[in-house]
Design a protein around this ligand. Sequence first.
Ligand code: PAF
Length: 266
Amino acid sequence: MRVLSDIASLRRAVAAAGPLCLVPTMGNLHEGHLSLVRLARRHARAVAVSIFVNRLQFLPGEDFDRYPRTFEHDCRLLEAEGVELLFAPDESVLYPVPQTYFVKPPPLAEELEGRFRPGFFHGVATVVLKLLNCVQPAAAVFGKKDYQQLMIVRGMARQFDLPVEIVAGETVREADGLAMSSRNAYLSAAQRAEAPRLQRTLREVASGRLSSQAAAAALAGAGWQPDYVEVRRRDGLAPPQPHDRELVVLAAARLGATRLIDNLEF
Ligand code: PAF
């Protein structure tokens, strides 16, 4: 695996590698990321992964400084997956001057996650556009765990005519149903035992046993602080119409200081 930290050598390596599929990450890799890497392998002969903790998508007071950085461990995992290129730039490479040009995502970016993390999708869309420009992959994989992010990136690629196929990867779960996430490491043992309730609650909504409101109340009753539980259309995340069949229920809730998100298509 070639590890590149500057854009000029990345571009040379990309030119030599041929068509690539990119998996953008913020590192601290787990089985969820590795499933995206394996999916990427099915979309191009060569796989590139980026590791970059993007300050632009963290609000003041969020976990940018303590976000787990496990570069050596990540490299070993990616080597074992046979990844060809790893792009791991410093902030000074991706943001050599303060970023003053931003992607302004559509109003969807102010809903759901955007309502509770204002500016988050501006930061995500801006860095994803930069990463796609640097790596110029034929395809890029984004996990459904971050469903709204996937929709916003897909819309950006369409509306800016980016020559990249956006591929969706399924969420990987622990045996008890908890969606894999780097932030699960913040949970205490008691919170970790409680955390699968989020997925169980989404299943109740998907099966019609609970309304979104009742689901949020059930989480609150179990000691969570829910930000939202909402049913949306899968494609584009508009509010559902009565006869819609392709739906997704999305939720974010805090367990102590840790904010977890999850979703379920139904
Ligand atoms: O999903 C993530 O890990 C990040 O939001 C991404 C897409 C790598 C952009 O920083």
